[in-house]
Design a protein. Structure first.
Length: 67
């Protein structure tokens, strides 16, 4: 995977997603801003099983503040 023009090994970014994928918990990344390099900065949230709506509601609420 190329991040910011540099090749990155899978272990440098996959660990952030691994737990949600392993356990089956719903997760979402909510982009908030971009840094000075243009890379997205945001919130990666994980919820309890069967609480996808909580994440969607949170993303929707954050979207009104970020725009």
């Amino acid at each position: 995977v190329k991040i910011n023009g540099k090749m990155q090994a899978i272990d440098s970014w996959w660990s952030d997603l691994f737990i949600a994928n392993l356990t089956g918990h719903p997760a979402i990344f909510i982009p908030c801003v971009t840094d000075t390099s243009g890379l997205p900065v945001g919130l990666h949230a994980t919820a309890r099983w069967d609480h996808e709506k909580t994440l969607i509601d949170m993303a929707s609420t954050m979207n009104t503040f970020v725009q």
